[in-house]
Structures are given as structure tokens and as C-alpha cells.
Design a protein around this ligand. Structure first.
Ligand SMILES: NC(=O)c1ccc[n+]([C@@H]2O[C@H](COP(=O)([O-])OP(=O)(O)OC[C@H]3O[C@@H](n4cnc5c(N)ncnc54)[C@H](O)[C@@H]3O)[C@@H](O)[C@H]2O)c1
Length: 356
């Protein structure tokens, strides 16, 4: 979007008005020169709810929305990303799209092709890159502060994302906790260590009882091992990590870092109350992510997440799903994407692209 600057009013069109659309729309409210202008959702009442909070127009169709905005922001269930990316790109609009980019690699390739052909940015919401603790962990590892990294543990456990029958519990649509949730940490390891050589996993899935859980082990040709815990079986939401290297260890637990905890009596599945983490101090990572995307669209910054990287996260998540399904080690081939090697300009030996 050449020539656009911060003083131009940028009209955002929200496609999908569910859970994550709430975080996106809240972020737009805080960005000068940006306005949530239109909302479309197959469920008009959902579109109405978000539109009312922002003085936005409720559109009767995707086409109506695309004709009235400058940027398309896609917050739909994953299988619908591709057709909406294609429509937005064909309308010449920059595209913001939630992660995962697509449910299949074919979808990712088609989405990237559509945006490349239309010469519009495709910005995928791998928000963990905007969590200060995760970018700090990356800096610590890449800066050599714990020496040669050896073993990394990443934990991301959340409650059921919906009742039985919700799209999340349709495995073909969401890919379960490994594809939909662990993909945050998979993107982080790719960003930090580069592409692993192989993955292995075990899991348990019970959609009728809204339970999904997996343990994943990733290995790099350099010897680094990452262990990921992913769950839709817990109460609330928790993340933590630990990284051990030749000269030290770094650890983080969200529960230790949350400055404000609101416990609502009776809201938790265990009857003990649900803890809702909030921070009165820090900028929401969703806010930071959306602000970055707007700066990219205004050509003030280079994208922190390339479409090729979003594709590679999908590729790795699919390999993890295969490993869990077949209880076998899945080897990864060479990257098709254009992600720069994580080892460049770093003094420590990270994962590196493994040899054939
Ligand atoms: N970055 C993150 O932290 C994060 C968190 C949650 C969800 N997500 C991702 O965001 C996407 C949306 O998830 P969500 O939790 O907001 O889902 P959701 O179920 O809360 O909302 C989806 C919305 O899309 C609408 N919809 C469904 N199919 C449609 C269609 N074909 N056309 C038009 N509208 C349709 C539904 O009515 C609903 O309002 C998913 O890809 C998910 O993986 C990302």
C-alpha cells in the first residue's frame, strides 16, 4: 500500500467476529489513523456485537465488506482462511490472517500465490513472537547467554476451546491442540533454532469429552532437543518454558509473572474458580502484533513473519500430527521456504538446517 502513512485513515474490514476477532478489534481502537470500518460474519449477530462496539458497518456479504475497506483481517476457522485470502487479494487488499495460515500445505501455497500475484502483503498472526518473554528467550539463546543450547521445554496448556461439536473439536477442521495451539511454540522454535531434523509425538484425543493432549519431541541435527507439551485438557491457560545450555539455564512460568489474577468463584471446571491473567502494565501482545502489521502495510517496517515462515510452521505442525497419529519419528526434508538461517551472525551453534 504505497504512499500510505500514519495520517491516512485506514479502514479495516474484519472477516469473522468470533473469539480472536475481539482481540484484533480492541487493538485497532488504540491505533491512530486506523478504524474498524466493517465486519462480516456468517452469524450476523456476532458481527453486530463487534460492529456496535466500534461504530463499524455490518456487511451482508464478504463482497460488500471488501468493497468498503483498505485492509482485510481474517479471523475465521482455519479451513476458511484460503478462500477469504484469495477474495481479499483479488480485491487488491493487504491481508492480515490468523494462524495457522491454512489447514494443509496446498492451502498455504495457494494463499501465498494469490497474495504474491496480487502484490499485497500477507501477514499471519503468530502472536507469540510479540510476547516479550518469548522474544527475550530467543535473544538469550541466540546471544549465547546459556552457552550452547541443549534441551528446551515449552508448555502451552489451555482449557477446551469450545463445547463438543464446536469447530475446534472437528479434527479435520482445526487439527486439534497440536495443529492449532502447539503451532505457537513450533513457530517459536523455527524462529529461534531453525528447522528440526525430526519430530516424534504421543497424544490422546477425545472430542466427545472435549479432551486433547500431546507430548512432542523435536530434534535438530546439532543435537538440540525440544520437548513440547500441548493440551486442551487443562483448566484455564498456562504457558512456561525452560532452556538448558552448556553455560546456564533460563526458565519462565506465566503463573509467576502474572501481576494481577482474578479468580472467579465457580467458573472453573474443578469448581475452584478460573484464573484470568491480566496485566495492568504491559501492552497486549495482540496490540503489538496488530500495530506491527499496520506499520508493514504502511511500508514503515519489514514484516516480522513472512508467509514462507507461516507455511513452515504449518509444515512442522503437520509432521507432528503425523508423528502422533502413527507413533513414529517423522523426518523433515529441506525447507521450501525462504526463512533466513537462525545461525546467521550468531555466535552460538543453533539448530541449523540439517543436511540431507
Ligand atoms: N493467535 C491466537 O492466539 C489465536 C487464538 C484463538 C484463535 N486463533 C485462530 O483464529 C481463527 C478463528 O478462531 P476463533 O477462536 O476466533 O473462532 P470462533 O469460533 O470464536 O469464531 C469464528 C467466527 O467465524 C464465523 N464463521 C465460521 N465459518 C464462517 C464462514 N465460512 N464464513 C463466515 N463466517 C464464518 C463464526 O460465526 C464465528 O463468529 C482460527 O484460525 C484460530 O486458530 C488464534
Amino acid at each position: 500500500m504505497a504512499g500510505r502513512n500514519a495520517s491516512d485513515n485506514l479502514k479495516i474490514g474484519l472477516i469473522g467476529a468470533g473469539m480472536i476477532a475481539g482481540a484484533h478489534s480492541a487493538a485497532y481502537k488504540n491505533i491512530p489513523g486506523v478504524r474498524l470500518a466493517a465486519v462480516w460474519d456468517a452469524d450476523a449477530s456476532r458481527a453486530q456485537k463487534i460492529a456496535a462496539q466500534h461504530g463499524a458497518k455490518v456487511c451482508a456479504s464478504r463482497e460488500e465488506l471488501l468493497g468498503n475497506v483498505d485492509v482485510a483481517d481474517i479471523c475465521l476457522p482455519t479451513p476458511f482462511h484460503l478462500e477469504n485470502i484469495r477474495a481479499a487479494a483479488a480485491a487488491g487488499l493487504p491481508v492480515i490472517c490468523e494462524k495457522p495460515l491454512g489447514r494443509t500445505l496446498a492451502d498455504c501455497d495457494a494463499a501465498i500465490e494469490a497474495c504474491t500475484k496480487a502484490k499485497v502483503p500477507l501477514l499471519v498472526g503468530h502472536v507469540v513472537r510479540f510476547f516479550p518473554e518469548y522474544s527475550a528467550l530467543r535473544d538469550i539463546i541466540q546471544g549465547g547467554q546459556i552457552g550452547e543450547p541443549a534441551v528446551i521445554h515449552l508448555r502451552r496448556v489451555v482449557c477446551s476451546p469450545g463445547p463438543a461439536g464446536a469447530w475446534y473439536w472437528n479434527f479435520e477442521a482445526s487439527g486439534g491442540c497440536v495443529f492449532d495451539t502447539a503451532i505457537h511454540d513450533l513457530d517459536w522454535v523455527l524462529w529461534t533454532l531453525g528447522r528440526p531434523a525430526s519430530v516424534y509425538g504421543l497424544g490422546h484425543r477425545d472430542p466427545a469429552n472435549t479432551r486433547d493432549y500431546a507430548l512432542l519431541t523435536l530434534q535438530w541435527s546439532s543435537g538440540i532437543i525440544a520437548h513440547l507439551q500441548s493440551s486442551w485438557s487443562h483448566d484455564g491457560f498456562a504457558t512456561s518454558f525452560e532452556a538448558a545450555g552448556s553455560e546456564g539455564l533460563v526458565e519462565y512460568d506465566m503463573e509467576d509473572a502474572v501481576p494481577l489474577k482474578v479468580a472467579k468463584i465457580g467458573a472453573g471446571a474443578g469448581g475452584g474458580g478460573k484464573v484470568v491473567p491480566e496485566s495492568p502494565l504491559a501492552k497486549s501482545p495482540y496490540q503489538a502484533e496488530i500495530e506491527h502489521f499496520i506499520r508493514v502495510i504502511r511500508e514503515e517496517e519489514k514484516a516480522r513473519i513472512t508467509p514462507g515462515e507461516a507455511r513452515e510452521a504449518v509444515e512442522l505442525a503437520l509432521a507432528c500430527l503425523e508423528a502422533v497419529a502413527d507413533r513414529k519419528v517423522v523426518k523433515l526434508g529441506k525447507s521450501k521456504g525462504s526463512r533466513p538461517k537462525a545461525t546467521e551472525k550468531k555466535k552460538v551453534k543453533l539448530g541449523a538446517e540439517h543436511p540431507e
